[in-house]
Design a binder for this molecule. Structure first.
Ligand code: ADE
Ligand code: ZN
Length: 340
């Protein structure tokens, strides 16, 4: 099973560039940039990771400390290239990659430096490793609406490099409807739309409804609490909305989180994908490992694992011909391993 999963052609739709930097690279960048990064050694980083408080707030507070090491265009280039290389190792053929421009521009880094570094990294990554990457810029939802509009303005000269708009960061007290006008403008400009509805937030199901009815998103990131509302499930199925779940695991978790609720989502007919979110920040790590842990814990068949991956290609924002090409390769792989 492990080999079957490792060698299966894959797509991932929920991975943050800023959450993809391993501790060795963090130390290297911190030294190079003389940054205000608070850790001196990889051990100190791993220690902080293991001891962060649980929940989204605890995760994000530590996450943003790490991200401080990204300062120059070269840093964005190198980290993107490194991530694409790791995708190759995991046999990921296609990645939709989130990045958080506002966190960087608020520290004085220009939008141009950020996007040029990331774009060069993914282009070189494609040439060297054959992994295709599309970019999704996220609004940090705790920031002001005008800062969201400013990001859209800064992105205008780079529209050809960015496929979509997302919404991430501190969800509590920052409901999706706060960004109604920014999403409407982004849609007008031709961006594809998605938004995080993280697990077990105060108003999780209401937030998912708002994403559908007000923001008009095509995907929901996480969205696990949808199973609490049968009408919502019905609507998500009707609209063929893809939910990018992230069954991550902390050292104290015996199994990846939420695997029972993910099984229920599948049983309810929702289009579910499995993703790593911020790989080195969780014990689950990169996609092959996460898929194997989920498969072992939930006893999914090879057929089920192929279906998860088919959902990822289906739910992606690839052009139809590219989508079909990848799905064909996936089904050929499945068939050659006796899975129909
Ligand atoms: N930024 C990085 N990962 C995130 C997540 N899972 N939720 C919100 N913001 C994030
Ligand atoms: Zn995320």
């Amino acid at each position: 099973m492990y080999e079957f999963i490792v060698n299966m052609p894959k797509a991932e739709l929920h991975l943050h560039l800023e959450g993809s930097i391993n501790s060795t690279t963090l130390i290297k960048l911190a030294k190079r940039n003389n940054s205000e990064f608070p850790y001196q050694t990889t051990e100190e980083i791993e220690n902080a990771l293991a001891n962060r408080p649980p929940g989204l707030q605890g995760f994000l507070d530590h996450h943003y400390e790490r991200v401080l090491v990204l300062q120059k265009q070269l840093d964005f280039f190198e980290t993107t290239y490194e991530l694409v290389k790791t995708c190759k190792v995991n046999n990921i053929k296609y990645l939709e990659l989130f990045f958080d421009p506002q966190f960087h521009t608020a520290r004085g880094i220009s939008f141009d430096d950020i996007i040029m570094g990331i774009d060069e990294g993914r282009k070189k990554g494609f040439l060297d490793f054959g992994v295709e990457v599309n970019l999704i810029m996220c609004i940090n939802r705790e920031r002001t609406i005008s800062s969201g509009f400013e990001m859209l303005e800064q992105a205008k000269p780079h529209k050809d490099k960015i496929i979509g708009l997302g919404l991430d960061s501190y969800e509590e007290n920052n409901p999706p409807h706060k960004y109604t006008d920014v999403y409407a403008q982004a849609k007008k400009e031709g961006y594809r739309l998605t938004a995080h509805c993280d697990v077990d937030m105060k108003n999780s199901t209401r937030n998912i409804w708002e994403c559908l009815e007000i923001l008009d998103v095509e995907r929901i990131d996480h969205g696990i609490n949808s199973i609490e509302d049968p009408k919502l499930v019905q609507e998500l199925v009707r609209r063929k909305i893809c939910l990018t779940t992230c069954p991550i695991k902390r050292p104290c978790d015996p199994q990846p989180q939420d695997i029972d609720r993910i099984r229920e989502m599948v049983n309810l007919g929702l289009c579910v994908t499995l993703n790593t979110d911020d790989p080195p920040e969780f014990e689950t790590g990169y996609l092959s490992n996460l898929l194997y842990l989920v498969q072992q814990a939930s006893h999914y068949s090879k057929n089920d694992m192929v279906q998860f991956m088919r959902n990822a290609f289906d739910g992606s924002w690839l052009q139809m011909d590219a989508k079909n090409k990848y799905i064909e390769a996936l089904l050929e792989y499945a068939e050659s391993h006796g899975v129909n």
